[in-house]
Design a protein around this ligand. Structure first.
Ligand SMILES: NC(=O)c1ccc[n+]([C@@H]2O[C@H](COP(=O)([O-])OP(=O)(O)OC[C@H]3O[C@@H](n4cnc5c(N)ncnc54)[C@H](O)[C@@H]3O)[C@@H](O)[C@H]2O)c1
Length: 244
């Protein structure tokens, strides 16, 4: 079998699904790893990938999923930590603790859990692999009402840097991609309201809300041999929003 084993978390929907499909189109052996198993199976069937149930917030679920992937395809060579939630929103002084704990457990702890388990296996198998973490420009530019979510993405950026440093001796490269607003099922509810969409667009110098296809080329590039001297970087794909 040719092609690398590429595992994308949260690949049943939105950005993760588009990333998984792009790797599959390049001939990689792709794993659609998600808690939403029915959607994961549907997505995987459309582009010839393997669907596995994986809850990033649960280390036991991560290990079980990786055992399945290793048995079926071999060890993971490229990991995309994409699974994420917003879980709600509001000013920090009103935000329920449960919402804060949920975003931390999926976005931050989840990225830690999967990176830890996959990188350990890469080192054991002697794989000079790649890890790409899907962050957000919210880690660097605040939006009122999203502080809980943005804090997790700032944490993800810190994990990206430390993991890059610690895994460099093993030849494992770790980078991040930080999208601005992207039209996906996560954001469609808001973006379909014309005034809300206009408010989002007005913050973007290129005046366009991204689609998942705007993100996939950078993710694929960071996993490619051409990106062999890039590690610890988190690169924004935001139509210039961080310039404002
Ligand atoms: N959409 C945006 O505007 C935007 C902007 C910046 C960053 N991001 C980030 O991009 C990533 C993907 O977002 P999206 O917009 O495609 O969202 P989405 O809601 O369309 O997809 C997220 C996927 O993650 C899965 N998921 C949720 N919890 C999980 C868990 N515990 N374990 C495994 N899978 C889980 C969901 O089932 C879903 O399939 C997220 O990390 C998000 O924070 C999105």
């Amino acid at each position: 079998m040719s092609g690398r084993v590429v595992l994308v978390t949260g690949a049943a929907s939105g950005i993760g699904r588009a990333v998984a499909e792009a790797f599959a189109a390049d001939g990689e052996r792709v794993v659609v790893a998600d808690v939403a198993m029915e959607e994961a199976e549907k997505a995987a069937a459309t582009f010839g990938a393997l669907a596995v149930r994986l809850d990033v917030s649960d280390p036991a679920s991560v290990e079980a999923a990786l055992d399945t992937v290793t048995d079926r395809l071999g060890p993971v060579e490229v990991l995309v930590n994409n699974a994420g939630v917003v879980a709600g929103g509001g000013p920090l002084i009103d935000l329920p603790h449960e919402i804060f704990d949920r975003v931390v457990s999926v976005n931050l702890r989840g990225t830690f859990n999967v990176t830890k388990a996959v990188a350990k296996r890469m080192i054991e198998a002697g794989i000079a692999g790649r890890v790409v973490n899907i962050s957000s420009i919210g880690a660097r530019q605040p939006t009122a009402g999203l502080g809980h979510y943005e804090a997790t993405k700032a944490g993800v950026d810190a994990l990206t840097r430390t993991a890059a440093l610690e895994l460099a001796p093993s030849g494992i490269l770790v980078n991040g991609v930080a999208p601005g607003p992207v039209y996906t099922p996560m954001t469609a509810g808001l973006m379909d309201i014309p005034e809300a969409r206009q408010a989002w667009e007005s913050r973007i110098p290129l005046r366009k809300i991204a689609t998942p296809a705007d993100l996939t080329p950078l993710v694929v590039f960071l996993a490619s041999p051409a990106a062999g001297h890039i590690t610890g970087a988190t690169i924004q794909v935001d139509g210039g929003q961080l310039l404002t």
